[in-house]
Design a protein around this ligand. Structure first.
Ligand code: OAD
Length: 242
């Protein structure tokens, strides 16, 4: 079930890039967005993950993010996060690009990490942009900036907002120069992140998808491994090490 060609490419490559999505954190206990029990089925994202929603009802939006933050603080990185961190030492040119805002890649030790959609652990003032860090207990109502009194928001990308420019440029460059591009645990439907595997394909990379479900990308990749992230990455890792 694991292609010899995939192992050979992974062994020989010097430039590896990886794109991850919510599926990589699923086995840590963080709900994904589009699964039936996912966050998006219980809350309408357009009601919450938008600046208009935040301005209309900042306490509600803040409470929702506080709830998500509480979940991620109670969970641990899993074997997939750890193997992706370990892979960084195998390749002279390694880039991990994530759509996740849960900080688990960093907690697992990844260093060359691009957070395309921001990070739930960071917040900033919408009026003066000053970073804001909560003290002990997570406030349930939206905090105010101690400097200017502006509303504090999570440092995540909301619907209708552009990706952080520098993060996108670095991700695009990594996708262009990768010899092997891994796509792990993403439904590959949210753009511009979903362009990255397309860019890698166009640039001649060998593209491998790891996802128990089929995605719109599956038909075009060189290898679609229908497995959970921990299982597939553990198998690939042991084949690489043997
Ligand atoms: P989705 O919830 O859309 O997709 C999660 C994917 O993970 C699905 O394709 C699942 O089949 C797969 N999956 C589930 N369990 C898995 C496992 N154990 N191992 C591997 N794969 C597994 O999440 P994303 O693709 O990350 O954006 O969603 C992209 C963006 O949509 C998110 O970053 C978020 C959301 O709007 C923002 O917050 C800006």
């Amino acid at each position: 079930m694991y292609r010899v060609e995939t192992i050979r490419r992974l062994r020989e490559a010097r430039r590896l890039a990886v794109l991850t999505g919510a599926g990589v954190s699923a086995e840590s206990g963080v709900p994904t967005f589009r699964s039936p029990e996912g966050l998006w089925s219980r809350f309408r994202p357009e009601e919450l993950a938008r600046v208009e929603a935040f301005l209309r009802n900042p306490d509600l939006v803040w409470a929702w993010y506080a709830h998500r933050r509480q979940i991620i603080r109670q969970v641990q990185p899993n074997a997939a996060h750890r193997i992706l961190a370990a892979l960084e030492d195998r390749y002279p040119d390694f880039t991990l690009i994530t759509q996740n805002v849960d900080n688990l890649h960093r907690r697992a030790g990844s260093r060359n990490l691009i957070e395309l959609h921001g990070n739930l652990e960071r917040n900033y003032c919408i009026a003066c942009a000053r970073p804001w860090q909560e003290e002990d207990d997570e406030p349930q109502a939206v905090p105010r900036c101690p400097d200017c009194g502006g509303l504090v928001r999570p440092d995540v990308v909301w619907f209708g907002e552009p990706l952080p420019q520098e993060a996108w440029s670095r991700a695009e460059a990594a996708a262009r120069r990768a010899e092997v591009f891994l796509v792990v645990g993403t439904s590959a439907v949210v753009y511009p992140a979903a362009w990255l595997p397309e860019i890698a394909l166009e640039s001649g990379a060998y593209v491998v998808e790891i996802n128990p479900e089929e995605t719109p990308l599956s038909g075009r990749v060189h290898d679609a491994i229908r497995e959970r992230a921990t299982v597939a990455l553990e198998a690939l890792w042991s084949m690489l090490e043997s």
